[in-house]
Design a protein. Structure first.
Ligand SMILES: [Zn+2]
Ligand SMILES: [Zn+2]
Length: 106
């Protein structure tokens, strides 16, 4: 049993054009079944494209490798985050090929 949210009277079943619904003498109509609630569940997926290497020529810089005792590394910059962030310095050891990032600039 349902009650009218407007006046509190008991809703009465009505049948109009073959469609059954609950209505009140005050004019309220329970339109359950006629209103369709839609959810926009589109998720905003932010894809960050990770580029392995830039096309810029790599330079050899004097940089201590954190993995081995080598003191030379390939150096290039790469955009790793959103475009409003500064490029990261990428280093790659010429000896063991270990690569790492650094934030200080040359
Ligand atoms: Zn009512
Ligand atoms: Zn190394």
């Amino acid at each position: 049993m349902k009650f009218c949210p407007n006046c509190g009277s008991i809703l009465k079943a009505k049948d109009v054009d073959g469609t059954k619904y609950l209505g009140c003498s005050c004019g309220y109509i329970d339109d359950k079944g006629t209103s369709i609630v839609t959810f926009n569940d589109k998720k905003h997926v932010h894809n960050v494209e990770v580029v392995e290497k830039s096309d810029a020529p790599h330079v050899i810089v004097e940089e201590a490798c954190p993995k081995c005792d080598n003191n030379e590394a390939e150096h290039w910059t790469q955009q790793v985050g959103p475009s409003d962030e500064p490029e990261s310095n990428i280093f790659k050891c010429t000896k063991c090929n270990y690569s790492w990032r650094d934030t200080h600039h040359y």
